[in-house]
Design a binder for this molecule. Structure first.
Ligand SMILES: NC(=O)c1ccc[n+]([C@@H]2O[C@H](COP(=O)([O-])OP(=O)(O)OC[C@H]3O[C@@H](n4cnc5c(N)ncnc54)[C@H](OP(=O)(O)O)[C@@H]3O)[C@@H](O)[C@H]2O)c1
Length: 303
């Protein structure tokens, strides 16, 4: 009898334990559906407590091999609880996919300290702490994968997306460091960088309180910035051809590689911006981007 194997590189267990965050929407949901369809593997799908009931409506049921667990990535107790349960019952996580994330949208002046901390907690502190918790089991087994879903915003910044970019730049730096630390132990770290995706995530953007007020108030000095940037970003997402399913496939392909790259460009625009940033002097890159911003000539004081 041939035993079933998950479609992963042979350095990983045939029946790997996968922990996925933010599994009820977008890229996470696309990944969840693909992982469930694997012939083997123990899949732990997590979502915020308030989002857990959505699994049922999505046709995703808990079973012996598919666990559904609450995990708010910003909650240290919940992070520890889920990792502890997996350690005790299943011997530890083999593949961690840090997908959960939020995108704050605000100019810097409109973002208060609490909002800034929330952005970093969701996209940087929470994911890296979850990685910290799963590493001892991976090191003990001398194998494992940490996949952090980053973004083009982890290599370049746009106005109104400073906090989001900051969180993804931080994730990139910490993951790069972890790559060196884990390589001797046979644990691979990968940053998957999507660019714009045709998805609902535009609706899930979190506007800072002051940004919301400024969008309603024509007299606000940043009103024009929001008025031009918001539809611009929405348009880029609408015309993007990459879907959450494409990104999920890209993530899963990295699991089939013996030596996955540290950075994986998950969309064509991610590759484009990477090449452009390398090929063009920084000063020129910034000047080009600045001039290309929609309505930028109206962002400052009237002539
Ligand atoms: N869409 C894009 O264009 C794009 C581009 C580059 C990178 N990305 C990255 O891709 C990842 C997935 O984004 P997506 O496009 O699939 O967006 P999405 O549809 O908004 O999904 C985000 C997921 O993260 C979850 N989440 C948010 N805050 C959480 C928290 N504190 N604890 C646990 N879960 C939380 C959400 O859960 P709830 O349903 O409970 O809110 C949701 O399941 C993110 O890391 C994002 O930064 C997206």
């Amino acid at each position: 009898m041939t035993s079933l194997r998950a479609p992963v590189d042979s350095s990983l267990p045939a029946n790997p334990v996968v922990l996925l965050t933010g599994a009820t929407s977008g890229i996470g949901l696309a990944l969840a559906r693909r992982l469930i369809a694997w012939p083997a593997g123990h899949i732990v799908l997590t979502a915020r407590e308030s989002s857990l009931p959505r699994f049922e409506g999505l046709g995703i049921q808990a079973s012996e091999r598919v666990w559904l667990r609450p995990l708010d990535i910003t909650d240290g107790d919940q992070r520890e609880k889920v990792v502890h349960e997996i350690h005790s019952e299943l011997g530890g996580v083999d593949i961690l996919i840090n997908n959960a994330g939020v995108a704050y949208r605000s100019v810097t002046e409109h973002l208060d300290e609490v909002e800034m901390h929330r952005q970093l907690a969701s996209n940087f502190v929470g994911p890296m702490d979850l990685a910290r918790l799963v590493l001892p089991d991976m090191r003990a087994k001398r194998c494992g994968r940490v996949i952090n879903i980053s973004s083009v915003s982890g290599m370049m910044a746009m106005p109104t997306m400073g906090a989001y970019s900051g969180s993804k730049f931080a994730l990139e730096g910490a993951s790069e460091s972890l790559w060196y630390e884990m390589k001797p132990w046979g644990v691979a770290v990968t940053l998957v960088q999507p660019g714009f995706i045709h998805s609902n995530s535009f609706r899930n953007v979190v506007w800072s309180a002051a940004a919301r007020r400024a969008m309603e108030d024509e007299a606000d000095p940043y009103h024009e910035v929001y008025r031009s940037m918001s539809p611009f970003i929405e348009r880029l997402m609408n015309v993007a051809r990459a879907t959450p399913e494409h990104i999920a496939d890209r993530v899963l392909r990295t699991l089939q590689k013996r030596k996955p790259r540290l950075r994986v460009f998950a969309t064509i625009d991610a590759l484009f911006f990477y090449v452009l940033r390398r090929a063009v002097p920084r000063k020129v890159f910034h000047a080009l981007l600045y001039r290309g911003l929609p309505g930028v000539q109206r962002w400052g004081p009237p002539e």
